[in-house]
Design a protein around this ligand. Structure first.
Ligand code: HEC
Length: 160
């Protein structure tokens, strides 16, 4: 009598699968705020205000940096390749290392950048798509080269 035994095994696992599927719909948009908290707040702080001399503030700044196509490209490159070397922000010098987040999927990185861009007064809020991140991922860049990209950007569009 193999069938009843098999059914007993299959039914609970099907029910569990249906339960999981309803908890995580395949096309739900990633939660940018939650991802920011999990991935970025340890350094840039929960309110994205940064920590003077250690971690630069992001709120009220990333929305302005994202105001040009080159600025958006820099931000997407930064998240997929990291950045090393020193930067100046609001008179403070930061000599640190920003890790790459290339291990996260494009959709999640886009949601994080869109969330951080919403923490400022730029209208409309700049938005990032998975394609923006996909393009950045394809650039062959080192963390030091991303710092050079930032310098070139700052020369063209003064950074906040
Ligand atoms: C381990 C600490 C750390 C984590 C985690 C971290 N960062 Fe950074 N971030 C830094 C440091 C340090 C710098 C400055 C890098 C430098 O001096 O070259 C930086 C720089 C930046 C900048 C550049 C600001 C500018 O003025 O150009 C942005 C944007 C940024 N981080 C966003 C993020 C986001 C978004 C996350 C989460 C996905 C994140 N960071 C996670 C440490 C961190």
């Amino acid at each position: 009598m193999p069938f009843p035994a098999r059914q007993r095994l299959l039914l609970p696992s099907l029910a569990a699968f249906a339960g999981l599927a309803s908890l995580a719909p395949a096309h739900a948009a990633p939660d940018g705020a939650g991802l920011y908290t999990a991935q970025c707040s340890v350094c840039h702080q929960a309110d994205a205000g940064g920590s003077p001399g250690q971690f630069p503030p992001l709120k009220n700044r990333v929305d302005k940096i994202a105001g040009s196509p080159e600025g958006k490209s820099y931000l997407a490159d930064l998240l997929t390749h990291g950045m090393s070397g020193s930067i100046d922000v609001g008179g403070d010098s930061y000599v640190g290392y920003m890790p790459s987040f290339a291990q996260l999927p494009d959709e999640q990185l886009a949601a994080i950048l869109t969330y951080v861009s919403s923490l400022g007064d730029a209208k409309p809020t700049p938005g990032f798509t998975a394609d923006d991140l996909k393009a950045a991922r394809a650039h062959a860049l080192t963390a030091a080269a991303v710092n050079k990209e930032r310098q070139a950007l700052a020369a063209k569009h003064p950074l906040p």
